[in-house]
Design a binder for this molecule. Structure first.
Ligand code: ADP
Length: 437
């Protein structure tokens, strides 16, 4: 590529050519013409191509300067009016230099693009595998946390079961001895006031006994060790019985209970003792969390099976829905599911009370988990709806209890069929009228 004629010609027009290209380009061209070496020219083009790719400049724009320089040279040659042979010699010398320049520029441009794409692809692959690793780490963390949670849940269940069994024996002993003392010397105890003390002991042990029974129930529910004694039960009778048993509490708290006519509801195949327990828990809560002078409403309806009730899926077959609505303090949205967790109580635990019906006198927090566990063991559903928690305006809560008409116990539950139905089997006993307290 060495051509002294071209080098001299370019040197002479260096200044005017710079206006068309740029200093480096003209000087590199000159050097190539002078020495025949392309190293600097190639390096400069490669660098320019690399920069163009990095800055996302199109190839056409990269080639614009050398193209303008080439056109300027050709223009000058034409204008100078040299003898044809001289012009031809200069063009023949310059042409391969430009042709190489364009080739190197184009090749470098695509090489740089490819390199950038490869770098991008490997960066994406790196980020991808990094993300995958993070997902795997998080999954492992979650799995570990889940195992730990299950372990804690199991420890809670084990503790309840052990504590309940350990408490039951001494409690039975205390109750036995208290009964013996009561029967021994009533005259003497009355005189000394010991009878009053004894009654207090017996009330306390009774309450403790109820808590131990609750703990045993929770542990039976948790371990799927419940057994149900199924019989046909009239819900109307079952509700009236529980309300009647709590009549004194309603009076004490000046609460009115309205029971709708439930006589047309189909009888349900349930364990009547367990149903009684469920209704008692729900009614006791309605009393506990409704201020004095409030109201409690019990209503019911038959439901076709399949689909869902207010978003809660139920199985096929017929169902019955009971609702217990109170005008109490209500339950905040975030607590509506949590109140069914073991030992969960909303508000301060300092409001804890050993009484059954004291306003806001929360118990150990086992009533609702037991009620839901028992309902679900029957193949039913129990949930609560409430506009929110407000102790001033008392928006109230509504508990929905849905039970299958035909027994559909949860798998794993032991079921026996009662030969002699105890509640609601005798049509004559049925109390179908709605009742007001
Ligand atoms: P507790 O022994 O505390 O009454 P439960 O499991 O029966 O336990 O109830 C759990 C919590 O749910 C209660 O502490 C109370 O905060 C809330 N709760 C239950 N029933 C009602 C209700 N009818 N109205 C308002 N809050 C209720």
């Amino acid at each position: 590529m060495q051509h002294s004629g071209l080098a001299a010609w370019l040197q002479a027009r260096r200044e005017s050519l710079i206006a068309a290209g740029d200093v480096a380009l003209v000087d590199n061209l000159l050097e190539t013409a002078r020495t025949g070496r392309c190293d600097r020219l190639d390096a400069a083009i490669r660098e320019a191509a690399h920069q163009a790719v990095m800055q996302e400049v199109p190839l056409d724009q990269l080639l614009r300067k050398p193209r303008r320089l080439k056109e300027a040279i050709w223009r000058e040659l034409r204008q100078e009016g040299l003898p044809d042979s001289q012009t031809l010699a200069l063009i023949e010398a310059a042409e391969p230099i430009f042709s190489r320049l364009f080739q190197v520029a184009t090749r470098s441009y695509f090489e740089s693009s490819q390199q950038m794409q490869d770098a991008l692809a490997s960066e994406i692959a790196r980020l991808h595998s990094e993300a995958e690793r993070q997902v795997m780490d998080r999954t492992a963390d979650l799995t570990r946390a889940n195992i730990e949670l299950s372990r804690l849940e199991q420890a809670k269940t084990d503790f309840i079961s052990i504590a309940a069994h350990e408490l039951k024996t001494p409690l039975t002993l205390i109750q036995g001895y208290a009964n013996m003392v009561r029967e021994m010397d009533l005259e003497g105890s009355r005189a000394s006031g010991a009878g009053h003390v004894l009654a207090g002991i017996m009330r306390g042990t009774e309450r403790l006994g109820a808590i131990v029974e609750d703990m045993l129930d929770v542990s039976a529910i948790d371990t799927n060790a419940l057994s149900l004694r199924i019989e046909q039960v009239s819900l109307s009778q079952a509700v009236n019985l529980v309300v009647a048993q709590n009549a004194a509490y309603f009076r004490e708290r000046n609460l009115t209970v309205h029971i709708a006519d439930l006589s047309s509801l189909p009888r349900v195949e349930v364990d009547s003792r367990r149903l009684h327990q469920i209704l008692t828990h729900l009614l006791n809560n309605a009393i506990k969390y409704t201020p004095d002078g409030g109201q409690v409403f019990v209503e019911g309806r038959a439901l076709p099976g399949g689909g869902a009730v207010r978003g809660n899926p139920i199985g096929s077959g017929k169902f019955v829905e009971l609702t217990l609505r109170d005008t109490g303090i209500g339950i905040a949205p975030e607590d509506r599911e949590r109140v069914f967790e073991k030992f969960y109580r909303t508000g301060k635990s300092t409001l804890h009370s050993s009484g059954n019906v004291k306003f806001k006198g929360a118990g150990p927090g086992l009533g609702l988990p037991i009620a839901r566990g028992l309902v679900e063991a029957h193949g039913g559903r129990l949930w609560v709806e409430s506009p929110g928690h407000d102790e001033v305006n008392c928006p109230g809560s509504t508990f929905y209890l849905v039970l299958p008409v035909q027994a559909a116990p949860k798998p794993g539950i032991t079921v026996t069929w009662s030969e002699q139905p105890t509640l609601g089997s005798n049509e004559n006993q049925e109390e179908d009228e709605s009742q007001e307290e």
